[in-house]
Design a protein around this ligand. Sequence first.
Ligand SMILES: Cc1ncc(COP(=O)(O)O)c(C=O)c1O
Length: 450
Amino acid sequence: MTGFDPALAPRVLTDLPGPRSRELWERDAVHHASNSSPGAQWLGIVLQDGAGAVVRDVDDNLFVDFSSGAVVANVGHAPPAVRDALAGEASRLMHFFDFATPARAEFFESLARTLPPALQTFQMYSTGAEAVEAALRLAKSYTGKYEVMSFHQAWHGRTLGAMSLMGGFPLKQGYGPFAPGVLHSPNANCYRCPLDLDRDSCAVACTALVDRVYEQSSEQRLAAVIVEPVQGVGGVIPFPPEFLAHLRDLCDHTGALLIFDEILTGVGRTGPMWAFESSGVVPDVLLAGKGLAGGYPISLIASRREVLDAGPFGRPGAGASTFASGNLACAAGTAVLGMLADGEILANGRRVGAAMLAALHELADRHPIIGDVRGAGLLLALELVTDRAAKTPVTPDVARRLLTALARRGVLVAGAGAVLRITPPLVIDEAMALAGVAALDDALTEIEAA
Ligand SMILES: Cc1ncc(COP(=O)(O)O)c(C=O)c1O
């Protein structure tokens, strides 16, 4: 049980980090490698508990969470239903490889109710990158081909196959050469249009760039197109439905599988349960992870049985992994899906998301540092620039100062670059969300003054 009242947030009682945080951070750092995320390193706070959209550090400071951690706490922090499900299941059986359990059967039935007929067969894993790797093996198995198309600014995880698919992130430097057979296509980035067109009149002309990459780089061996319907880590870039429909056509035409990586966009993050629902495009393969088990590690592939059965992927043991489809993940997943089943949390996410988006647009009227405001549901972002006309991105130092200025005002955000990601838990109440935006207003004024 958490021992604080979340309604008191934001409340920052000490300098950041506070004295207890400093002491524990130093103890931890004696053994922890120095590769924490920039936000964790910059703030140096040590967290002890959370409830709903609020987390508390060891100095009793209360932060409104505008990050959901790594976009995981969709149903809030320490949700009692998930806690109880985990405790109940753990008291019966902690783990027995990938054997069927009552918990798994129940989870699959709950999950199936959220998905269309084409996505009713599942294979589970533990992390997002693991599911991406499995999807690559699956596409090769099903099609007998080997090329995969992915997109500039795409993020699919930190294993080598997944990294091979990703856009030009600095963290790829030094790890090459990457897997061959990847066709990197320009993305539908409407703020930084690859064709320099205006969204109102472009007729989604960037689809021609996809075709050109295919024509010029493919040996007609396309196994899959993998895409995030809204690119998340790459900068919260929503793709127009026409762009996704074009990818559907390309796959239908070439026999490739259309894979939607919804590891970040799923579980209500963009408004509906799955982002593909807003596009009207149904993929052949859906990848889910992050918030699906409320913070317990989980990831999975959903597809048609004939796809998942294709060899060698479908052979006995081929999809196994020590912690894949464990009963604890399944119990937590069922609890999360139970929380979402009546639609109220999803509706709250859409309502608060719309209110925040409107408030962020108002901020853009007053803060020239805001180059663009975008997003869907509670996957929102500000792109920060030093010059609106030239769209020159701010330096990481500005991101750092903004992150710390916000934390001092009791709001935690993510994003170490020019794009400030705003992804609160879907359970956040509107007044708290708008108080967070007011803190952002204040923090931007401080940054601009400097
Ligand atoms: C779209 C997408 N795919 C895959 C991943 C990788 O997930 P994980 O970090 O759990 O391996 C992420 C992580 O941020 C993601 O956003």
